[in-house]
Every structure is written in structure tokens, then in C-alpha cells.
Design a protein around this ligand. Sequence first.
Ligand code: FEO
Length: 389
Amino acid sequence: MAPEIAKDIFLVGINNPDGRDFHGISTPRGGSYNSYLIKDEKPTLIDATNTKFTEKYLESLRSIINPEKIKYIIINHAENDHTGAIVDIKKACPNAKIVCTKKCMEFVKAAFNLQAEFIITEEVNSINIGQRNINFIIQPMIHWPETMMTYIKEDKILFSCDLFGTEISHESIFADEMQPFVELTRDYFTAVMRPFAFSVIKAIEKIKDLELKILAPSHGPVYRKNINSIIEYYKKLATEPEENKVMILYYSIWEDTEKIAQRIKENLSKQNKNVVMYNIYNSNWVELMAQSLTSKVLVVGSLTIISDYHPLFNAFFSYIKWNNQKNKKVFAYGTYGWVSASTNKLASKLTELEYDVIDILDLRFGPVTSEDYKKIDTFSNKILSIIDD
Ligand code: FEO
């Protein structure tokens, strides 16, 4: 039986504890694709699921209602995780009208050839389903151009779809009953929302005067306590995500750049600074973006290979560019054997990406002599002087 999150409002979506990847995000605690059923005079569904889970979804729905009784299916967002199965779900709900934005109608017709009677939210603003009025808060780019949120004043519930989501399975339905998951929220935000931070800010502004007893996103747990904490965390990630943290990102073949990374990390850690360190070769790209987003200082190091830095960094640079990360203080270092190249090219690329390159360090064959280690220590002290600010 699908759980009831408020009187006559049921969570009928999919819990997927075995999912380990979503949108490029590593999801060690699984995922969830929430959909909600409101049992009223005109039963209404909010969001759906994707094709992988159609049968499981319909089973959950049928545990509380005959789908033929459903009168409205509200689509907050046309992306496949919420609407991939919409044609089959609509078939199971033959008496339902589809309620969505004009752009969303265009998308679901184009993506799924959905044949249905549509109610366009720009034209109605709200619909009455019996005891409740369902209100629509249209905000494009709270992931895609067609997105909106749905609010029920009578229950003081906001269904925010991707916004305020976390990709995590329902260890419990409610956030206040779950173990902390802030890093998963950070990673989800970075991959899904960060490129559209400007829309997140607009959406938060639009909902700021709403009375909220429950916040029900379409990914992760439902919020019924400290609702403001998730809203404020999203706001922070959209506006001032940096913590007093240093991220070291390197690539190494013969351990030279790795030894430098280790020495810098030791130097900073001795001063009790918060340092995270990654080898770009075997790291999840969303985690790298999330860590760089939330770091005050970046330290980037590569060996020289074919007169350049390692090409893996080009992917990282593309990611941070579309993630709209710039104006961060950065230190570039590198090693070389035949001819010096990687350090200056890293610095040049980072400058082009509108990062503030504070200093560089270039060592031939890596740290070999005590003089080399002194240079690394001096370099570390410059990093410390930034993080101490
Ligand atoms: Fe959860 Fe943008 O889809």
C-alpha cells in the first residue's frame, strides 16, 4: 500500500534502492522518482515515472485507487524520469486530462506522441478537484524550459518536482527520519540545478510567502519539519556555495604530480585546513564538480604529456564551464621531463575560464631534491595565505 503523506495524499512513486547512477551522479543510497495521488472528488496524479518502472508504478497506484477514476494527471516536468511512462499511464487512466504548461505539452507530444486532452496551466492558473484548489507556479528552467511547481493551499503542500530534490531512495518517507544526506543533495544540485541557479533563485523568491506544511519533491524524501533548511541549502548552493575548503585535483603517471599533491595536502592538513584531493583519472565527474563548486581554492596539477597537460582535464574544464563555475582562486602546478608545458597551459586555460590564477609551480621530473620540496612548501604557504583570509 502506497504511504499517505497527508490526509488523502499518497506517495505512489518508485523507490529504487539499487539504483547506483542518475544523471551521471553516483548514488550509493539509491534513488527515488516520486509521484503523488490526491484522492478527492476528482482524483489527481502529480508526476509519474519512466518506462523502466511502469508496471511497478501502476501496481502502487492500483493499491489505493482504480486508475479509471483519475481525472487529472499533472505533469510538472517532461523529462523521462517523470514522464517516460506517460503513454502507458494515460492508457491506464483513460478518463484523465493532462495538466501542464504549454511548453510541456509540446515536449510530451514530441517525445512520447502522447494523445490526450490537455489543460494548459498558463491559461487556467489553478484547477478545482473538489475540496481542493490546485495552483500552478510556473518557473521555467528548474531543470528544463517547461517546468512548474504545484501548490495546494488547503493542505499547504508544495510539489516542487526536481527542485529541492536529492537522488536517494526512501530509507524513510520523511527527511527527518533519515540519516544525513547533505552531500547527496549537493551532488544532485550540482548536476541538475547548478547550470540554472538563476531559476532556482527566482523559484525560491516565488514561493517565499507560501505557507508550507509539507514540501514534496519528485526525488528523495518528503519534508515536514525544518522545511526551510532544504530551501536555504539550495539557495546557498545557487548563490554562495563556497566553503573554506581547498580542492586538489591532479593527474599522475609516475607519481611525480601525485607526490606534490600529497605534500600540499600534508602541509595544509597540518594547519587543520579542510582539504579534499582527487586523482582525475578515477573520479566521478559530478563529485569533482560538486567539490570544486563548494571549494574556496582549487589546486590543479598535471604532468606534461605530448607538450600539454593531460587531456582528461579538458573534460573537467568543460564540466565546470557549463556548471557556471568561475572567479575562483586557483593554483596550477605541473611536471615535465623534456620540455616544460603543462603548468603554463593549465594556468592559461584557467585564466581563459575566468579563474584567478594566484601562483604556479613547475618542477622537472617532480620533487627529487630537498630544494624541490622547499618550493612545494613555499607554494603551500601561498595557498594557506588565501584560505586563511
Ligand atoms: Fe527529475 Fe529533470 O528530471
